[in-house]
Design a protein around this ligand. Structure first.
Ligand SMILES: [Zn+2]
Length: 1043
């Protein structure tokens, strides 16, 4: 290595032949035609028509029109139909299929009441006034929904009297309830944090069920009524259905069971099986919609759950992989929206991974004119444009402006008013597609370049000593062969560069012509500049020898370092400057160990102060130190420079500040506390591999356009916004999502619905400028019942998580928590008031599509960021807060309701993952073995009485006591149990955006506490209510809203 030492200003003291232009090897010169791989230069598109481009990976072209009949007969294109649904299953008593039921048996909604009343029995000192709990009610599937007609209140099987009994709704002596509840005035208890409630006494006696899980058919998603009837109708309701866990499968069939048939032992305790179960909801959806093709041809169609395994066929609306909504039926007016308080939001994951069996993204090239857009609102050509006047004009579905069709794009209409080339053009028939962008869409009207990845390694004492530096360098030698590339391309066009640093920065010239890499040192970190351009960012294939040489040398070069201080902001600054000089976008991979205390811009000090917890000032712990970092974020975004941060701290590093740039530039933050190569090396390397290899777009700007009457008002994600409409993202990868909230500014029409178009302009990994378009059409209704029926809990909780985590920067946590519960109570109370049939106030009635919302909300309230406990590390809390910023619906769902998978009785012959059970201690068994994962953590829990044979086959040791708890991966043993378990773990790891470190936990060991905090139905370890207590609490809040 030849070291050129300190390079003084001016920055580019070396003559750089390539400066300002593109050095040889950077591909085509700007003068050449740009998008020739995608259909050739513009002139090759004689008008009409310009070609629709085939997806790069699929030579087969567009699929033939599959279900043309779905496209209506009135000339409207798909997605724009008003559609009729079967009569809603609830909310309209006279037509309701449940109506007749009310005369046959006790009202299903009462069951929870009974439970709630019965719940007190477990508490009372001595024999409580055991209300004559009626025999278990019939197994209806709509316990939360269907309210009885007024007369039912007098039925012997009716709900317990309100009044005195109603106060029993909450567990007595619960701190949240304050003094014994005597009426509404005592209802405003504090939020259920900090040890609310008491644990419920042991599991219920077998058979004490009664309160049935609402079945899958309860409010079947619109658009699938036939399946519902066909599959589930008539299956339900027999006397035998009342046992715990025996969820009734559906509601659609005629109700057969009668109350008399349902006699069972009187309930003494509330059966945990009786409250709505997330695992049941997931199972039911999988049973009903799993393995099916989800065709996106209907407006306002509610997709399968994120947890369900389905295949998407795009027929005019974006796949739910790209866009998911909190509800698929917007209320028509702002008043209704305000009344129900259900957030109207869409979670957009523009680069979501699409399974191989689904159609890849088509690229459309409209030639030199660029994509066709509405003259007024600039929306892009899409299925919501209505052609008219013999095909000469089209009306924009977003702003109603009538536009001329450009001559080259003209096409005749068929007798239905549809263009005859409808199925040949993705932009007319699909919900998602891409346009090749013209120079108008490029910075300074210059073509974009392929992005660059810069690896920036902290070589201070801590990282050298831990072995991290050597690990990273060794890994990069092979990892760089897997840089992302265009489908079908031989090699990646992504360039790479290398920097090492502690208090000063070292840049490396790795030009292929060199025999040895050259180091250039910059010690003036106050005015960061890049000392070389030519040779800093190179093609890995061409410079492989020099790069490998460098990676071999780096660990040795710093092996004897004593330097423990680091800089941080100047490192990011250096990366941005390098990309700026190379005129490209890119990503910085920073491997950093400690809080940057060296004298330099962005220097930080330890401001971790546990005394602030649960005070007004707690929020300051999460507020980033501004100034330098804020400006850095802006610089990064304007250059399309994303920052991925790999942190290896041994103590507080102020993640709130250090992670700030990453979370505004589409980056990720990975954290490995007290990193040890042997213990954590594989975990880290898995993360690094996924991160380097993943699909990604750079220098992106996103705009969400809407039809008239509503608009996007708020955005949550790893984004930056300079104005109120343009979402800037230095990069956006396949795991990053932006949550967009909408507000009314006028009345929406039931006829035209609510249309949205997300347009994302970005640079591909090969340097193409593209527009990715996702379109989605929702219904609008003046009936709130439609909104509640079309809600999606998983999307709702994504929105609530992001908005709460943002609010905690400005409000005391207590306020944030209270607001969450208040809004939830309003949502549910509004349903109760407007959509459910009249019923006693003591009944908790939840909309079917939201019935597990409370368990998610309660889990959110118990997450580290919101819980306010001095036992939690401030950095961990900040990390979790920032990590959720860009999460999609899948990620927040799993984070807030982990999968708890029983392993002790798995079927080794099947390759199916065992069905998860509810996240509660009660589901654990001493003789059991369970896997728990939430996307961040992975635990293998071993019961004290776990059979030695099972232990032997998994761990190859004779008993539980011999199992080493520091095991980080399972031994590879040649037996069915071992193979099965390892394949389950591998499949889980494969599905998640980041790697998870496997932790072995033995029952009653100290480490079990880490595992237990993920049992989200139980009382929180650091405060927070059990699911059951929380449900009571929410119920009280609802009642308060209603009074
Ligand atoms: Zn328009």
């Amino acid at each position: 290595m030849s070291q050129q030492g300190y390079v003084a200003t001016p920055p580019y003291s070396q003559a750089q032949p390539g400066m300002g232009g593109y050095p040889a090897g950077f591909g085509s010169t700007p003068a050449q035609p740009l998008y020739r791989h995608y259909g050739g230069p513009p002139q090759s598109f004689p008008a009409p028509p310009t070609g629709m481009m085939k997806p790069v990976s699929s030579p087969s072209g567009m699929p033939p029109p599959q279900v043309p009949s779905h496209y209506g007969s009135n000339g409207q294109q798909n997605g724009a139909h008003p559609q009729s649904y079967p009569a809603p299953p609830y909310g309209q008593p006279p037509q309701s299929p449940y109506h007749s039921m009310a005369h046959q048996g006790p009202p299903p909604a009462q069951q929870l009441t009974n439970q709630m009343g019965a719940m007190n029995l477990g508490y009372g000192p001595g024999p409580m006034q055991s209300p004559q709990v009626p025999p278990t009610s019939p197994p209806t599937q709509q316990p939360f929904q269907t309210a009885p007609p007024p007369a039912m209140g007098h039925s012997p099987l009716g709900p317990p009297p309100t009044g005195p009994h109603s106060s029993q709704m909450a567990p007595p002596q619960s701190p949240l309830a304050g003094p014994p509840m005597a009426g509404p005035q005592s209802m405003g208890g504090p939020p259920p944090m900090g040890g609310m409630g008491r644990p419920f006494p042991g599991p219920p006696p077998p058979g004490a069920g009664g309160f049935q899980q609402p079945g899958p058919g309860a409010a079947g998603p619109p658009g699938h009524p036939q399946q519902l009837q066909g599959q589930f109708g008539g299956q339900m309701a027999g006397p035998g259905m009342a046992g715990p866990g025996m969820a009734g499968p559906g509601m659609a069939g005629p109700f057969q069971g009668g109350a008399a048939q349902m006699a069972g032992p009187p309930q003494k305790k509330l059966d945990p099986d009786s409250i709505p179960s997330t695992t049941q909801v997931i199972e039911d959806d999988q049973a009903k919609r799993g393995g099916q093709v989800y065709t996106t041809n209907l407006r306002g169609q509610v997709p399968p759950l994120v947890t369900t395994d389905y295949t998407v066929q795009d027929q005019g609306n974006a796949s739910p992989r790209f866009m998911r909504c909190t509800t698929y039926s917007f209320p028509c007016t702002a008043d209704l929206a305000k009344q129900c308080q259900v957030p109207l939001a869409t979670i957009i994951k523009p680069f979501a991974t699409v399974p191989k069996n689904e159609t890849p993204m088509y690229v459309v090239n409209h030639g030199e004119t660029g994509p066709i857009r509405c003259n007024r609102c600039k929306a892009y050509m899409c299925p919501y444009m209505q052609f008219m006047d013999g095909g000469r004009r089209y009306q924009c579905g977003f702003c109603n402006c009538v536009n001329e069709v450009p001559p080259f794009y003209f096409q005749h209409l068929d007798h239905m008013g549809k263009r005859v080339d409808f199925y040949e053009r993705p932009e007319l028939s699909l919900g998602s597609y891409e346009f090749a962008a013209t120079l108008d869409y490029c910075k300074n009207n210059k073509p974009a370049s392929p992005p660059a990845y810069i690896f920036m390694i902290d070589v201070s004492y801590a990282n050298i000593k831990s072995g991290l530096v050597r690990l990273v360098c060794d890994e990069l030698k092979t990892l760089l062969d897997n840089l992302p590339r265009e489908d079908g391309a031989e090699s990646s066009m992504v360039k790479v560069g290398f920097v090492t640093y502690n208090k000063i920065l070292h840049f490396y010239n790795v030009k292929s012509a060199l025999a040895q890499p050259q180091m250039m040192v910059v010690s003036d970190t106050a005015e960061m500049f890049v000392p070389l351009l030519d040779g800093f960012l190179v093609n890995f294939q061409e410079s492989r020898a020099v790069i490998n040489n460098l990676l071999d040398q780096i660990p040795d070069m710093f092996a004897d370092t004593n330097e423990s201080e680091t800089v941080f902001a100047p490192v990011i600054q250096a990366g941005v400057e390098a990309l700026k000089a190379a005129e490209c976008s890119g990503k910085l991979f920073i491997f950093h160990s400690s809080i940057p205390t060296a004298e330099a811009p962005g220097k930080l000090k330890n401001r971790d102060d546990k005394k602030l917890i649960n005070t007004e000032k707690e929020k300051t712990l999460f507020q980033p130190q501004k100034a330098v970092y804020e400006q850095l974020s802006k610089d990064c975004v304007s250059q399309g420079c994303s920052v991925d941060l790999f942190l290896f701290p041994s103590q507080y590093v102020d993640i709130a500040t250090m992670g700030d740039v990453a979370t505004h530039t589409g980056g990720s933050i990975f954290k490995y506390s007290n990193f040890q190569v042997e213990r954590d090396g594989q975990h880290f390397l898995s993360d690094l591999r996924k991160d380097v290899e993943k699909a990604i777009g750079f220098d992106a700007i996103m705009r969400v356009r809407t039809s008239t009457g509503f608009r996007a008002t708020d955005f949550f994600g790893a984004i930056h916004m300079n104005n109120t409409t343009d979402v800037e993202m230095a990069a956006v990868d396949c795991d990053k999502a932006v949550t967009v909230e909408f507000k009314h500014d006028d009345t929406l029409s039931e006829e035209t619905g609510a249309l949205m178009q997300c347009a994302l302009l970005y640079t591909t990994i090969s340097g193409q400028r593209r527009l990715r378009i996702h379109n989605l059409s929702l219904n609008c209704s003046a009936q709130l019942s439609e909104l509640y029926k079309s809600c999606e809990t998983d999307a709702l909780i994504n929105f609530f998580t992001k908005s709460a985590y943002r609010a905690m920067l400005n409000q005391p946590l207590k306020t944030v928590r209270e607001n969450l519960v208040n809004q939830a109570a309003h949502m549910l109370a509004c349903y109760r008031k407007n959509c459910a049939s009249p019923s006693a106030a003591s009944q908790l009635i939840l909309p079917d599509a939201m019935k597990v919302f409370p368990v998610y909300l309660n889990s959110l309230l118990k997450t580290g960021p919101l819980v306010g406990s001095a036992e939690l590390s401030t950095d961990d809390r900040a990390h979790q807060r920032l990590s959720t910023t860009a999460m999609g619906v899948e990620d927040t769902q799993l984070l807030l309701y982990p999968r708890l998978i029983p392993l002790h009785n798995m079927d080794v012959a099947s390759d199916v993952v065992p069905t998860p059970v509810r996240c509660s201690e009660e589901r654990l068994t001493d003789a059991g073995m369970f896997l728990l994962e939430n996307g961040c953590s992975l635990f293998l829990w071993l019961g004290q009485a776990c059979p030695p044979e099972l232990i032997q086959s998994i761990f190859n040791v004779p008993s539980l006591a011999h199992v080493p708890v520091d095991l980080r991966s399972l031994p590879e043993l040649d037996n069915p149990q071992s193979k099965k378990l390892r394949s389950i773990v591998d499949s889980l790891l494969d599905q998640r955006p980041s790697s998870m470190k496997l932790l072995i936990v033995k029952q009653k060991d100290r480490s079990e506490i880490m595992f237990r905090q993920h049992l989200v139905e139980d009382k929180g370890l650091h405060g927070g209510a059990s699911y059951m207590d929380f449900l009571c609490y929410v119920h009280r809040e609802i009642r308060q809203v209603l009074t």
